[in-house]
Design a protein around this ligand. Structure first.
Ligand code: MG
Length: 161
């Protein structure tokens, strides 16, 4: 088989006094995501899906939060390094589909920019990059605005070029 599927999931806590960065885009909001890196929950889920497709572990293994070098790390750099690993293993992205689950704010205005950022990092046309957003209908920790979840699925294809 020349195709590999991978799935990723991540969650970060919403707190005051932190920036809200999703898909490499800073979103104007009174709360932001807490984490050792910039806490970009969407890019983390995508990175884990890429690693998962090739059974290369997870981002906790490759970028441990005990390593000071990863403090406040720009997750665009993290995703780029993960994609380098994908390429070194002879694969490239076919397409990805991801969902951000967040109660507020509405993310529609920033979705295109997120797709552009990810398209550039993963060297793939924007048509291959699907980013969706939904709420949790006020249920659970997402509904109480305590955190944000992201899910990602990727399809990789072998690339011997
Ligand atoms: Mg994370």
């Amino acid at each position: 088989m020349n195709i590999k599927v991978g799935s990723g999931y991540d969650v970060h806590k919403l707190v005051s006094g932190r920036k809200l960065i999703l898909g490499g885009v800073e979103i104007p909001f009174e709360l932001g995501l807490l984490g050792h890196s910039d806490a970009d929950v969407l890019l983390h889920a995508i990175a884990d899906a890429l690693l998962g497709a090739l059974a290369l572990g997870d981002i906790g293994l490759h970028f441990p939060d005990t390593d000071e070098a990863n403090k406040d790390l720009d997750s665009k750099i993290l995703l780029g390094k993960v994609y380098d690993l994908v390429r070194e293993n002879g694969y490239k992205l076919n397409n990805l589909d991801a969902t951000i689950v967040m109660q507020r704010p509405k993310l529609r205005p920033q979705i295109k920019m997120m797709r552009k950022n990810i398209s550039a990092i993963l060297d793939s046309p924007i048509e291959n990059i699907s980013i969706k957003a939904t709420t949790s209908e006020r249920l659970g920790f997402v509904g109480r605005e305590e955190g944000v979840e992201a899910f990602a699925t990727v399809l990789l294809i072998r690339d011997n070029a």
